[in-house]
Design a protein around this ligand. Structure first.
Ligand code: RET
Length: 257
């Protein structure tokens, strides 16, 4: 009961904080009924707030060793929700792509998502810290080069190729490296199936971003800013909310087993 009160206070405090910046701006610049990018920013920001509340409250249902995984899922959606409020306002007010907010969001949430692989394995066995560092550093460098390319500090194609190289480093770790070996040798069936699902999200769900980047910056018949933002937004639903739900599911299954 006490922890329920504690997590509810945290959730509502966080929710109130995230809402503050946007109330003022949104009141002056109304969302237009045909601004589908703006509408997608709005819908997804609400879904992220709801997911945050859900993950934090559901922590009470799972065993101690699974709580950190749910905390991290909730942090991912909380950080993303706050950035979505800002991105929505930039978009609705100026019609410009909020690249810098997008990347600050990714820079925090993507390494956290990666750490989830380490955490679900660490909940069941001893995992060398090298696994943690390879996942963390690989994703960070992937994003740094993507940002340098999108913000035009380096040519778009160099940002793309170097960023993709580091994504492949991460994929190698979870398909062929130590993380993968530990999962198949030591994990329970529920953890193994969560690991595989998460791995597929990092392959197919994450592929949506470099495809969007390629279409937005590198191909001549590519897509406009509207389409690129919609692509990134929908990808976030899969890669942040659905990914968190997979972890929630394995945490509940293992706790009740
Ligand atoms: C919640 C946000 C997520 C999961 C964002 C993931 C972003 C990527 C997987 C971005 C990948 C990119 C490359 C592989 C190449 C360079 C360009 C990027 C940064 C778009």
């Amino acid at each position: 009961m006490r922890s329920l009160v504690r997590s509810s206070v945290a959730v509502f405090g966080a929710g109130a904080l995230t809402l503050l910046p946007s109330i003022a701006i949104a009141a002056e610049n109304n969302l237009k009924s045909n601004d589908f990018v703006g509408i997608s920013f709005w819908l997804i920001s609400m879904a992220l707030v709801a997911s945050t509340v859900f993950f934090f409250i559901e922590r009470d249902r799972v065993n101690a060793k699974w709580k950190t995984s749910l905390t991290v899922s909730g942090l991912v959606t909380l950080v993303a929700a706050v950035h979505y409020f800002y991105m929505r306002d930039v978009w609705v007010t100026t019609g410009e792509t909020p690249t810098v907010y997008r990347y600050i969001d990714w820079l925090i949430t993507v390494p956290l998502l990666m750490v989830e692989f380490f955490l679900i394995l660490a909940a069941i066995t001893k995992v060398p810290t090298g696994v943690f560092w390879r996942l963390l550093v690989g994703t960070t460098l992937m994003l740094v080069f993507g940002y340098l390319g999108e913000a035009k500090y380096i040519p778009a194609n160099i940002g793309f190729f170097v960023g993709t190289f580091f994504w492949l480093v991460v994929l190698w770790e979870i398909f062929k490296g130590e993380a993968s070996r530990i999962s198949s040798a030591e994990a329970s069936p529920a953890v193994q199936s969560a690991f595989k699902l998460m791995r597929n999200i990092v392959t197919f769900g994450w592929a949506i971003y470099p495809i969007g980047y390629y279409l937005g910056y590198m191909s001549s018949g590519g897509v406009d800013a509207n389409t690129l933002n919609i692509i990134y937004n929908l990808a976030d639903v899969l890669n942040k909310i659905a990914f968190g739900l997979i972890i929630w599911h394995v945490a509940v299954t293992e706790s009740e087993a």
